[in-house]
Design a protein around this ligand. Structure first.
Ligand SMILES: Nc1ncnc2c1ncn2[C@@H]1O[C@H](COP(=O)(O)OP(=O)(O)O)[C@@H](O)[C@H]1O
Ligand SMILES: [Mg+2]
Length: 506
């Protein structure tokens, strides 16, 4: 075997050993890389092998052999500085043949023996971006020549780059998951998340569904408006679920539930030591929701200074953590909700107009339950079925009790109904819930004035068609489904009643 063959053999062995170590690194990235550097040193007689990591335009030692603690700290290069910085910037290997007379050789660590002749810095590139630099000294005893060293180091540096990059991506993901887990745990503890379907067949709700279907796939900001308990959060979750972001986090913050001073840190996070209680760096909701959806509930309740800060994120899509200087960019779809009249607040100078326009790109107005009485029965049955299942207890609601439920204006909307049905199932039995029980379970029903008022309102809200349908249904019931008798009672012809029965699907 001539000397050239044996050199190739050495190179192949080195590559094989390095590839094996890297494939086996299992999260111990620094240790593995340093093992590889030792192989380079031993087999090729390279000195001071070192791997720099590029971060925020600075190169710092990530893995090395032959550097002491102090040398590690001082060996720091800006992008473009010296041979190392130049390799990172130009994305080409930089070689200094004679370190003794080249100004590019800065040797900040002072780590150089009298044997050192040359210095080689090879960029580590992944997807057209430099993530670090592999650098080494050649000495008098280095076995392979200059060009060969550059060649083999280029191969090795791309192996290193790949494994370092995968490691960083994995670490990022892990950290993100950890933060999210913490957040979701908190959420689950406070309340069970409801990603369930939205119940309601009224025209007003159908209009809402149409808007949701239309806008879910885009990234436009949505403002959901409606009284408390009308399902604003449910709608926000439904938008997320139907969006391209469905697999990413859905993160929410109730702006009214926290003090103004805490709001900023909840939204943007804080650095360790930013204030007395900030013992650790914590990500805010905007960062947690990166790539996903952020739901800001009760947006009308934030202070003037919080409005300014929120406006900036919406305009620039970037922010700093409290007590931090690093600018963080995020990709977040915003859904905001409020039960307050923002237009009026703008007029009264309580809410910034510019923020209002940023938020109110697409408004979704949720009707109160009393304006969609026809959904009451559906909702009652939906919640009843669910509660019966949860409590493993059979309870029925009699017709007269249902009439009471339908004649009630539900000021607390769907939430009030959900709670009422829960009580019905807890307190009811097989005999069923009757009208008298209802008065106990929903004391507001005793307020006759309230109920009378609602009757008038709900009549006014009904269309002529609805009234006609009801009248015909009632007449048929009274006449035991005899159409000609019913027609006579209503003063219309048999043909007319036949037509209407078909039209309304009675
Ligand atoms: N249309 C609906 N169908 C089924 N459940 C609903 C509907 N609207 C509201 N809810 C339920 O009522 C409760 C209150 O809804 P939520 O979205 O929190 O209202 P809001 O945010 O407007 O106060 C939740 O438990 C929600 O699941
Ligand atoms: Mg709510």
């Amino acid at each position: 075997m001539n000397s050239e063959d044996s050199l190739i053999q050495i190179e192949l062995n080195v590559l094989q050993d390095i590839a094996t170590i890297i494939a086996d690194s299992r999260g111990q990235i620094v240790e593995s890389l340093e093992k590889c550097l030792k192989i380079l040193k031993k087999n090729l007689d390279l000195e001071n092998c070192v791997i720099y990591k590029l971060e925020d335009d600075m190169l710092n030692i990530f893995a090395s052999i032959d550097f002491n603690k102090h040398q590690k700290i001082i060996s720091e290069y800006r992008l473009g500085e010296g041979a190392t910085g130049l390799a990172a910037k130009s994305m080409e290997p930089v070689v200094i043949e004679n370190v003794h007379n080249d100004i590019l050789f800065l040797n900040k660590s002072g780590n150089r023996s009298s044997d050192t002749i040359s210095y080689i810095a090879v960029p580590m590139i992944v997807e057209h971006e430099t993530i670090g630099v592999l650098a080494t000294n050649l000495t008098k005893s280095t076995k392979i020549d200059f060009d060969d060293t550059v060649r083999i180091l280029s191969i090795i540096s791309s192996l290193f780059a790949q494994s370092m990059y995968s490691h960083f991506v994995l670490e990022d993901e892990k950290e993100k998951l950890k933060d999210l887990k913490q957040y979701y745990k908190m959420e689950w503890d406070s309340k069970v998340h409801n990603f369930g379907d939205i119940i309601g067949e009224s025209k007003k709700m159908k209009d809402v569904y149409r808007v949701i279907e239309r806008i879910a796939q885009s990234d436009v900001t949505i403002l959901v408006r409606g009284e408390t308990g009308t399902g604003k959060e449910l709608v926000a979750a439904a938008i997320h679920k139907r969006s391209r972001r469905a697999e990413e986090p859905f993160v929410k913050l109730n702006c009214a539930a926290i003090t103004d001073s805490l709001l900023e840190s909840e939204l943007f996070g804080h650095e360790k030591g930013a204030f007395t209680d900030a013992k650790e760096t914590r990500k805010g909701r905007f960062e947690l929701a990166d790539k996903g959806t952020l739901f800001l509930d009760e947006i009308g309740d934030i202070s003037a200074s919080a409005q300014v800060k929120l406006l900036r994120v919406l305009q620039e899509r970037e922010f700093e953590r409290v007590g931090g200087s690093k600018t963080i960019k995020v990709n977040v779809r915003l859904v905001a909700a409020t039960n307050r009249n923002l237009e009026q607040m703008v007029k009264d100078g309580e809410f910034r107009e510019d923020l209002y326009y940023r938020l109110n790109v697409i408004p979704i107005d949720l009707p109160p339950l009393r304006k969609r009485g026809e959904d009451i029965k559906l909702l009652v049955n939906f919640f009843l079925e669910r509660a019966v299942k949860n409590h493993k207890k059979m309870v029925t609601i009699t017709d007269e009790a249902m009439d009471k439920l339908m004649g009630y204006p539900w000021p607390g909307n769907v939430r009030e109904m959900e709670n009422t049905i829960e009580r019905i199932v807890l307190m009811g039995d097989e005999k069923g819930i009757n009208a008298a029980d209802m008065l106990l379970l929903l004391p507001a029903l005793k307020n006759e004035k309230l109920i009378e008022e609602y009757k008038t309102i709900s009549m006014e809200n009904r269309t002529l068609d609805e009234l006609e349908k009801e009248a015909i249904a009632k007449a048929l019931k009274d006449c035991s489904n005899n159409q000609s008798k019913a027609a006579e009672m209503l003063g219309i012809t048999v043909r007319q009643i036949g037509y209407k029965v078909k039209k309304y699907g009675i």
